[in-house]
Write a protein that binds this ligand. Structure first.
Ligand code: FES
Length: 590
């Protein structure tokens, strides 16, 4: 490199913009000189480089149609950043789509969080915009940004539009599952299932129901990490582009005020997010992700407290799979402002948001509500209790969960005979066998789909109804596993059984023919087998946890924690714990 030009000033300590995080050459002045020389090769002027630098984590990918509007979002975002006097700097990160990640997207979430964290850390920026949407992307980005500690703001890609199949409104992916179940049951033929395949995803954007993506969008707004109204506009609308532009403006303000993410992601913000998760009938995955994000800030989510909060937090949002509407209807009904206005008595209104204003101030700024039919009033909910119940018992000493708002009321108090599948391959091989010994009141049990078992805790907890029962008209059965299920799914399904079977949790020792009792009212999940017998089984057939020889799989298996710790990697947690959420002294509404 030539050094014949004027010597630039040495980068000062506590530098901002392009002077941040200089590459180590042993001479800070030279490092900045070199950096500027290279960026000027892309046509930048000193005037541009003096502005606050706003990093844009671009998760656009041909493998991720849920982020298919990323180019348009980035254009609007850059407009906002430039309008506010910042310098947009776009950079690629990993992107994960639910249907394009093997063995499961969850296996890659922590890797994406590491990618995001290290790129935020390594590259010069004063604030970062995180473009996320599909299920694992928003949690991965929030986990990474929480660990990086820089001012950050989330830009949601937005939901897809709904489609129409033979005059019936359809959307991914509750209707995907419903039509596939009808096909399995012989109610529709191969021609119709191919037809509906063209209509289920009517545009780019995230799933159109209250699945994990919509849940995490609402949680991001409830945490104060998006601009007001950032959760609900569909991906292809003008409203979504305006949110992008406004996000750019706010990102520059964040950079100037140096409002760190630690002042947004507080215990009060996480408690607000728990309330919202319950009130929207949110995805069960939301608990895992929220636990992981809170964990990065040093907080533990108290699952028993979540259950207590659930008993007093009704489901207000009438969206599939718990209700009947879609995300675009929620947006037309006013989006999160309408929901938060109803939830006000249960929220910490003094929690700070990325705008620098409190959540309460943002609710006031949104103005009065209007007549609509998607968000119910507190006094007339669609489900009396929160969507998610936390279960305990000898089958799940570390807890398990059930999405009661999407379950069959007739099965929530149920005792039945276990029909056990050892792993996903065993399930696939036998579930439709004509000679499978199974009856409608049996309980289907699937092992080895937990964090280490699969690995990656896939969304295989939505076990299909055995074909011979489906054809006889059986629509739901109690199903139990250590895995997860898609937020778009429905049924009486117990998930996240902890500890998982692959590490020797009691689930590992369940056998076909054992009796299991589920009581959602008592929050119990009991294996009706004597303790001595379980000890005997564990001695005769001890569990050997899975290992891997090398690479990411080895890191994953060595580091991944159980569902009650958010399935995060142990080494990514901060050294200092800050406490439990909700803190008893501050909990609202109890
Ligand atoms: Fe991306 Fe559903 S597959 S949000």
């Amino acid at each position: 490199m030539s050094s014949e030009s004027k010597q630039p000033p040495a980068a000062p300590d506590g530098a901002a913009g392009m002077s941040k995080g200089l590459t180590s050459y042993g001479d800070a002045g030279f490092s900045l000189f070199l950096r500027k020389a290279f960026i000027k090769g892309a046509g930048f002027t000193d005037r541009a480089l003096d502005r606050p630098v706003i990093g844009i984590a671009n998760t656009g990918s041909a493998y991720n149609p849920c982020h298919g509007n990323a180019p348009q979002l980035i254009e609007a975002l850059k407009r906002g950043i430039l309008m506010a006097g910042g310098l947009p700097m776009e950079f690629p990160t990993m992107s994960i789509h639910e249907s394009f990640a093997a063995p499961t997207s969850m296996y890659l979430r922590n890797l994406m969080s590491m990618d995001t964290e290290e790129l935020i850390r390594a590259q010069p920026m004063d604030a970062v915009v995180l473009i996320g949407g599909c299920d694992k992307t928003v949690p991965a980005q929030l986990m990474g940004a929480a660990s990086a500690g820089l001012p950050a703001i989330v830009l949601i890609t937005g939901s897809m539009l709904t489609g129409s199949h033979r005059s019936e409104r359809v959307g991914a992916c509750t209707d995907c599952r419903r039509y596939w179940a009808r096909f399995r049951a012989g109610e529709i033929d191969a021609g119709e299932v191919a037809d509906v395949n063209n209509q289920l995803v009517a545009s780019v954007g995230t799933c159109s129901v209250m699945g994990t993506a919509s849940t995490m969008a609402c949680i991001a707004e409830a945490l104060g990490m998006t601009v007001p109204g950032g959760a609900s506009p569909p991906a292809v609308t003008a409203d979504r582009m305006r949110v992008a532009e406004q996000t750019g403006v706010e990102a520059v303000a964040l950079a100037r005020s140096r409002l760190g993410i630690d002042r947004i992601l507080t215990d009060k913000a996480f408690e607000n997010a728990m309330r919202v998760l319950l009130a929207i009938g949110g995805s069960t995955n939301g608990i895992v992700h929220l636990t992981a994000i809170a964990g990065r800030m040093g907080y533990a989510i108290d699952l028993k407290a979540l259950d207590r909060m659930g008993r007093e937090t009704p489901v207000l949002l009438d969206l599939k799979p718990s209700g009947q509407h879609y995300m675009e209807d929620f947006h037309h009904a006013g989006g999160m402002a309408t929901l938060l206005r109803e939830l006000k008595p249960l929220l910490h209104l003094d929690a700070l948001t990325v705008t620098g204003r409190t959540l309460g101030e943002e609710i006031e700024r949104a103005g009065p509500g209007f007549a609509q039919a998607v968000v119910r009033p507190l006094g007339d909910p669609i489900f009396r209790e929160g969507g998610i119940a936390v279960l305990e018992g000898n089958l799940a000493p570390g807890g398990a969960i059930i999405k009661q708002s999407a379950a069959n009321p007739g099965l929530m108090e149920h005792e039945g005979r276990a029909v056990v599948f050892e792993n996903a391959a065993d399930l696939a091989a036998r579930i439709d066998a004509p000679d499978l010994d199974v009856a409608a009141d049996d309980i289907l049990v699937l092992k080895n789909i937990g964090p280490k078992g699969a690995p990656g805790m896939p969304e295989a907890g939505y076990l299909p109804i055995p074909q011979k029962l489906a054809r006889a008209g059986v629509k739901d059965m109690v199903r139990i596993s250590d895995g997860r299920m898609s937020g778009t799914a429905f049924g009486t399904i117990v998930l996240h059984v902890t500890p998982e079977s692959a590490v020797g949790g009691p689930l590992a020792y369940v056998r076909t023919g054992d009796r299991i009792r589920l009581s959602v009212a008592a929050r119990r999940l009991e294996l009706l087998v004597a303790d001595e017998e379980l000890v005997h089984r564990s001695r005769v057939h001890p569990v050997v946890p899975p290992v891997a020889e090398r690479g990411y799989r080895r890191l994953f298996l060595e580091q991944v924690m159980q569902a009650d710790h958010g399935v995060d990697f142990a080494f990514l947690r901060p050294a200092t714990a800050r406490g439990t959420i909700p803190a008893r002294k501050q909990q609202k509404g109890t």
